[in-house]
Write a protein that binds this ligand. Sequence first.
Ligand SMILES: Nc1ncnc2c1ncn2[C@@H]1O[C@H](COP(=O)(O)OP(=O)(O)OP(=O)(O)O)[C@@H](O)[C@H]1O
Length: 253
Amino acid sequence: MLSVSNLNVSFGGLEALNLNSFELKDKELRVIIGPNGAGKSTFMDVLCGKTEPNGGSALFNGIELIGKSDIEITRMGIGRKFQKPSIFEGLTVFENLMIGLKGKKGFYSSLFFKLTSEQLDRIHEVAERVSLEDELHYSAALLSHGKKQWLEIAIVLLQDPELMLIDEPTAGMSDFEATKTGELLCELAEDSGIIVIEHDMHFVEQIAREKVTVLVHGEVLIEGSFKEVKNNQKVIECYLSSPNSAQTARIRK
Ligand SMILES: Nc1ncnc2c1ncn2[C@@H]1O[C@H](COP(=O)(O)OP(=O)(O)OP(=O)(O)O)[C@@H](O)[C@H]1O
């Protein structure tokens, strides 16, 4: 599904990403972990067209993503959930989903267009998928932090993405919400590819059914099962038990 080679991003003199190779299979759920500043979000920024790399290639189903705009990339089937929720807090959950509906451009036109019964069904289906069906007419501002993240995931889902890029979904969530989010992502991975960036190791263990990629200084340090990665001495040194780990790897007691 995704084949990346020699991807390089530099900001001024700082090399943020230097990814020789990254491959994702169809419907694979890949977790990327690594210390602060390792280049994880930068990688997602390149894949969704937000950041132009200095060089390299990222083929999505054989089509080059580099050079395409974020809108073109969304149309190609890649959806991104950013770290910070960017929902409209002054609107209801339902209205947020209306705006997120595929093909509707512009804030006001999205709010006032008449929904077809298929579109209405789709909103209900997606709301149910993320356990927000009972809160459709609540103000988004009243949702818990975790539910705001689920609303954001629902908005990405409305685009019917073939590949979802999800940046730190459990940040600020309760353990219960994080576990439910893990279950949700595992379900979603039955229909689409997913790349998740996460620092919560309990959550990573829950969802990492295949490979985990560890990024350090913009490069892949190791790729392997959760167990292999967790027990790798280099990963322990530079991430899991580094002096900065309180700000990075979150290990629940
Ligand atoms: N727009 C930018 N301009 C300048 N430097 C940037 C920019 N975006 C990221 N960087 C730098 O690039 C490096 C990689 O940042 P990035 O956000 O990708 O790391 P990360 O692995 O996602 O970290 P975190 O876990 O803290 O989110 C960091 O040193 C960061 O300061």
